[in-house]
Design a protein around this ligand. Structure first.
Ligand code: HEC
Length: 118
């Protein structure tokens, strides 16, 4: 086997994931889990220091009370944009609109619910 080729293939494998489109699950792991928890149930490692508890994203009753537009807005512009806590940061500078749309779908998967009922 040509060593140069093997090396190139190995390098490509290392580099490729960094350029692949991040899925909502990846983004949730990277940006949301420390507060909202590995299971999305509002029990991240930051919680013990927080005065307002992060939303439990698996709570179908609470989550179905919010439209997809509201979820989009609070993720993009932060808690304050919908009169919630500033402890929920805005993500518009980190995630693209498309990624935020995907994230809303990811949250619907976590709560197994949709707006207006589950
Ligand atoms: C620094 C901690 C922190 C991080 C990181 C964080 N959140 Fe939050 N989030 C909160 C807190 C606190 C609340 C509750 C705000 C309130 O009830 O006033 C919240 C609430 C929410 C809500 C519900 C708002 C509502 O209608 O009740 C959504 C949706 C949400 N976060 C999504 C996300 C997503 C998606 C991410 C990752 C991109 C994320 N959050 C990252 C702290 C955080």
């Amino acid at each position: 086997m040509d060593n140069k080729f093997a090396l190139m293939a190995a390098l490509l494998l290392l580099v490729a994931p960094a350029h692949a489109k991040e899925t909502a699950a990846d983004n949730y792991r990277a940006y949301c889990e420390q507060c909202h928890g590995t299971q999305g149930n509002g029990t991240g490692v930051n919680v013990r220091d927080m005065s307002v508890v992060p939303r439990d994203h698996t709570d179908a009753r609470e989550m179905s009370a919010r439209s997809d537009e509201t979820l989009f807005k609070v993720i993009k512009e932060g808690g304050m944009s919908i009169s919630k806590s500033v402890l929920m940061p805005p993500w518009g500078g980190t995630l693209t609109d498309e990624e935020i749309h995907d994230m809303v779908q990811h949250l619907r998967m976590l709560c197994k619910c949709k707006f207006g009922g589950s």
